[in-house]
Design a binder for this molecule. Structure first.
Ligand code: 13P
Length: 251
């Protein structure tokens, strides 16, 4: 049985004072929930403060990005060791916004994934197709390339621990979620791909759906066999909507 996993990707939202308010509300709303694993991914500058606030709670800390090098002259970047010491458990890698606006490549994603494991961080690897690719029937090809590249060189233990987030780009921030059935189909395909290379680890690995997840569509998504949780953007910025999504994942 895979434990449901709901993570909030705050993206470039919430100053320190705003983050403190949101986290305080979230701790209250989510207190006592153990059936679902919960993580929040605030902007890097607020990681340490958020960790102080949640370290005794059932909410885990995630980062939105990292660099693969250990240390040195890489202005503006953050290492795995820095994230680990800040209290980070999860790190989002290869989000479509980073691929699009910051020129991240499949090869870079793979280097980051391997680096994350070196520092005891669990990667949440994002994959997904554009609207054009979907319309041209290229969804499977796209995610196949992304998944195979991201997982290259990992061992089965790492793959079992890894999280993949299937986020169709056309569903991100648009209010237009994939249907639960479509999301389930692609996620099932991703699991088959991983099984080809890593066998039974594929059945331990959790795969989230992301893209306009809201309190009113989470239950339908979670009812699908292959969907193990959600990576939530906009709806994770308000305590009540994020908490409703977490509770929806428990049903
Ligand atoms: P939205 O939930 O705002 O569509 O964002 C999804 C996402 O990109 C999470 O990483």
């Amino acid at each position: 049985m895979r434990k449901p996993f709901i993570a909030g990707n705050w993206k470039m939202n919430k100053t320190l004072s705003e983050a403190e308010i949101l986290v305080t509300e979230l701790k209250e709303e989510l207190a006592g929930i153990t059936e679902v694993e919960i993580a929040i991914c605030p902007p890097a500058v607020n990681l340490t403060r958020v960790y102080d606030l949640i370290k005794e709670s059932n909410i885990k800390l995630g980062a939105q990005n990292m660099y693969w090098e250990e240390k040195g002259a890489f202005t503006g970047e953050l290492s795995g060791a820095m994230l680990k010491e800040a209290g980070v458990s999860y790190v989002i890698i290869g989000h479509s916004e980073r691929r699009e606006y910051f020129a991240e490549t499949d090869e870079g994603v793979n280097r980051k994934v391997r680096a994350a494991f070196n520092y005891g961080l669990t990667p949440i690897v994002c994959v997904g197709e554009t609207l054009k690719e979907r319309e041209e029937g290229k969804t499977n090809d796209k995610v196949r390339g992304q998944v195979k590249a991201a997982l290259a060189g990992l061992d089965t233990g790492q793959v079992a621990e890894l999280v993949i987030a299937y986020e169709p780009i056309w569903a991100i921030g648009t209010g237009r979620s994939a249907t639960a059935g479509d999301a389930n189909q692609v996620i099932g395909y991703i699991r088959d791909l991983v099984r080809e290379d890593f066998g039974a680890a594929a059945d331990k690995m959790r795969i989230q759906y992301g893209g306009s997840v809201k309190p009113d569509n989470i239950e339908e998504l979670m009812a699908e066999e292959e969907i193990d949780g959600a990576l939530v953007g906009g709806a994770s910025l308000k305590a009540n909507s994020f908490a409703e999504i977490v509770r929806g994942a428990m049903k």
